[in-house]
Structure formats: C-alpha cells, structure tokens
Write a protein that binds this ligand. Structure first.
Ligand code: ADP
Ligand code: MG
Length: 470
C-alpha cells in the first residue's frame, strides 16, 4: 500500500486512540510510532524505543480495534523495533538537550552578568577589589579555619562570630579574605550596606574631620565629626583592614571603640584584620582589646609547600601561563613565607619570559629572580651561631635584652646580616630576635650607615658574610 495512504490511516487511528488510551501512554509510546507497512491484514509500525514493543503489547488489542474500525475489516496491529529510528531519535534528543543546556547557560549568564554589573558598581563604591573573592582563594591547612569562619560570616553577617578578628603575617591573604566577605555579601545580600576601610584611611578621615571641624574663629563645630561618625555607623557590615595601625593613637582608638559599640549593639557585623593577635596590642586600652576578642579570633599561618604550589598552579592556569611543575616547585620552595612575594615572582617571570619570548625553565627563572643557591642555605639560626662565635657571645644573650656593649654590637651585626643574607621580612626577623619589627628596621639602618665610617664594623661584616656564605 502507498506510504501516503498508510500515513492517513494511522492519523485517523491516532485520533481515536487519543481519546481511548491514557495520555501518558499515548504521548510517550504511541505518538512517536512511525507507520511502516500495511500488507494483507497486518498493519506494522516502527519504534525507536526498545521498551515500546513490550509496553504496547497490552494496548495491542485496542489499537487493532481502532484500525479495524477505520478500515472496516479485521486488521492486526504489530509494532517493531528499528535501530535506525532509534539512532535518529537519540540524535534529536541530544540536540534538544544541547539546545536546552545552551538556553539554560545563556539565561544563567544573563542573570550573572546583570548581578555582576551591579556588583562591580557596588564594589567600587565600597572600595573592594574584584580580585579578592572566595572562589580564587586557595584553601590549605594554614588558612582553613579562617576561610571557614569568613564564609560563615558572609552567609549570616552579625549572627555568630561578631566581631571576627583575622590575624597573621604579611602577605598571607588577610586582605583577600576580608574583601571576599564583602563581595560575597554584596553579591548574595545586595540590600546590606557594606563598608571596607583600611585602618590608615580611618585615621586620616578622622584627622581631616577634626581639622575641618575647626572653623576660622578656632571654634570647634561638630558637623564634620558627625558626618564622619555616620559614615562608619550607617552600615550593616564594617570591614576594617590592618587594625594594628591604630595602636597607640588614643583618639582613633576611642573613635573605633565607639563605632564598634554602636554597630555591635545593633547586631551589625564587624570584621578586623591585623598582623598580630589582640593580646599583642601593647598600647591599646583594655576595653578595646576585649572588644577585639569577644567574638572569634582566627589566625592565618604560613602556607605549607603544597598550598604554595597550588596557589602558583592556579595563578598560571588563570593567567594562561605555561609554568612547568619543576619551576612551580622551585619557586614554592624559595618563596616560603609570603604569598605576595610568590605572586610578585610569578608576575615578573611571566612578563619577562613573554616579552623576551623565552621558555620558562628553572635555569632561566633563577637568572630572572637573581637567585643564588647559597641564599637557600642561609638561615637566621645559622647566622646567629656564626656571629655569636665570632664575637664570643651566646646566641641566648643576642636574643635577650642584655645591653652589654659587646652583646649589643653582635646583635646589631646579626640583625643586619639576617636582613641582607636571608631577605626575610622585618617582622619575621623581629620574631627571631624577640624584638619589634621597628627595632629591627632601626638596627639594620644603623649598621648600614655606620659601615660607611666604621672600618672595623665593615671589616667584621665582610668577614662574617664570607663565613656565613662559605
Ligand atoms: P595580607 O593582607 O595578609 O598582607 P593579601 O591578602 O594582600 O595579604 O595577600 C597577598 C597576595 O597573595 C594577594 O594578591 C592575594 O590574592 C594572594 N593570596 C594570599 N593568600 C592566598 C590564597 N590562599 N589563595 C590565593 N591567593 C592568595
Ligand atoms: Mg593586607
């Protein structure tokens, strides 16, 4: 029989079945059938769905009846599985799936990009840098806790950990985490007002407000100061970076205390970062120190080598730089205290090799960062031993507060050499010598200056450098 006729018969049959068979069976199994042949009394349809043959057995009588009615004679219905039809169906299904996925992604991107635009606008008004977000923060054993509580604070600001006080050495990701909290809140809770401020700006802002508040007659009017206060108290989330900078500045400390009380009493979130824990704030009033401690303290430690490698791997992936594993391992080994320095080295290397069209190899990298194998072996403990022996004073005395001239002399030389030969940061050297980093900076400067006119000192330093590097 002609295909056209077969199709017409089938269409009529479908019209009957639509009324008599349950909608699901009809839509899923019957509608997709393809009429194939009508020979003698047997009407055959094809299916691309394996299960259809079995399932339609129970409807077989009903379909045959409909066929017989249309054709006015006894007709027998048969359904057969067809591999080609199956493939075709599969293809269509895949195509549909892809289109649906595309549509889904398009909609999602649209949603994200409108949120992103809003976020960009907001972040600039909040002083945030889009580089610092949770999703590009590499989590390791050193920062796991700080990361987890930062995420918790961003989820429910003002609820659990208030204030959150994050502390740790320089270049370890404090600012990154602090701003990530800000971004997360802006993104997920756009109704909340977020303010990020560096403690330094807070100080300057306050000093300026005081200065501007004094009018020409020398009288103090409070309008400017009130404006300053409003700015920091009319927010839902206040993020203060490097709070240690207000230490010893009594007026700022008082202002910070009042700001804190005002926010905290009304359940608004405050997060501080600092290079040291609150108990190391020597010149800060006790009442402010206890406020720092009343929420949750979270420290960030120096990352282990795996975390440093993970950070470099992520950097090279994000920046499309092909950095081989041995280079990643090499850099992670020597930049072991500070992620900012690790990132700095990465940037220098990728810029230099790309401009000069060089491959990134350990040899080339060593040249770029001016690395000498020796530097790796020089440790502060090693320096202390050699200097102690040279001046005949004990390492213990060098690290103590002993002010005997000989000890003080050896101590200054050791501090100078520690800075010059290890390149460690002043705060880190400070820790090794049990001293404040400002003291270390001062000693380093002093030796540098004295060497110009003190022949004995410059001879000692040269001799000690040779011994340490030997
Ligand atoms: P800090 O404020 O503690 O001195 P930053 O937050 O400024 O340190 O971090 C220094 C640099 O190192 C930033 O560019 C930051 O993005 C990066 N960084 C620090 N920790 C991480 C980390 N865990 N994952 C990815 N990048 C990090
Ligand atoms: Mg910082």
């Amino acid at each position: 029989m002609e295909d056209e006729l077969i199709k017409r018969i089938w269409d009529d049959v479908l019209n009957i079945l639509k009324e008599t068979i349950t909608a699901t069976t009809y839509e899923t199994w019957i509608k997709p059938l393809v009429p194939h042949s009508f020979d003698d009394n047997c009407f055959c349809a094809l299916t691309g769905q394996n299960l259809a043959v079995q399932i339609l057995q129970k409807n077989q009588k009903e379909i045959s009846k409909a066929l017989s009615e249309i054709c006015s004679k006894e007709v027998y219905f048969k359904v057969m599985y067809d591999e080609n039809l199956h493939k075709q169906l599969e293809k269509e299904r895949q195509k549909l799936k892809k289109e649906e996925e595309k549509e889904f992604i398009k909609n999602l991107e649209k949603k994200i990009s409108s949120k992103y635009d809003a976020l960009k606008q907001m972040q600039s008004s909040c002083n945030l840098n889009l580089k610092y977000k949770f999703d590009n923060f590499v989590v390791g054993a050193n920062n796991k806790f700080a990361y987890a509580v930062a995420v918790a604070v961003a989820k429910e600001p003002g609820r659990q950990y208030n204030p959150l006080f994050i502390y740790g050495g320089s270049g370890l990701g404090k600012t990154h985490l602090l701003q990530a909290i800000g971004h997360d809140i802006l993104f997920n809770k756009p109704k909340l007002k977020v303010k990020y401020v560096k403690a330094e700006e807070f100080i300057n802002d306050m000093v300026n407000s005081i200065a501007k508040g004094i009018d020409k007659t020398g009288k103090n009017n409070n309008a400017k100061m009130n404006e300053f206060r409003d700015k920091y108290r009319n927010v839902d989330v206040l993020l203060v970076d490097d709070i240690q900078l207000i230490e010893g500045k009594a007026r700022t400390e008082e202002e910070m205390f009042n700001t804190f009380e005002s926010l905290h009493n009304s359940g608004r979130q405050i997060v501080f970062t600092s290079d040291r824990s609150p108990d190391k704030f020597e010149n800060t009033p006790e009442r402010l120190k206890t406020r720092f401690q009343m929420g949750l303290l979270a420290d960030i430690q120096v990352p282990d080598i795996e975390t440093r490698m993970a950070i470099l791997t992520k950097l090279s992936r994000d920046n499309n730089v092909k950095m081989p594993n041995d280079v990643i391992e090499f850099l992670s080994t020597i930049y072991n205290k500070n992620i900012r320095e690790l990132e700095g080295a990465f940037n220098t290397i990728s810029a230099y090799t790309s401009i000069n069209e060089l491959p990134i190899t350990v040899e080339i990298v060593k040249k770029i960062i001016n690395y000498s194998e020796k530097r790796k072996n020089v440790t502060i403990e090693g320096i202390l031993d050699i200097v102690g022996e040279y001046y005949n004073v004990s390492v213990e005395d060098i690290k103590s507060t002993n002010r005997a001239a000989k000890t003080a002399y050896a101590r200054q030389a050791a501090i100078y050499l520690a800075k010059e030969l290890t390149g460690e940061s002043f705060p880190y050297i400070g820790e090794c010598f049990n001293r404040k980093h400002t003291t270390i900076m001062y000693s380093h400067q002093k030796v540098k200056k004295d060497m110009a006119c003190d022949m004995n000192l410059s001879r000692d330093i040269k001799e000690l450098t040779d011994r340490i590097n030997a």
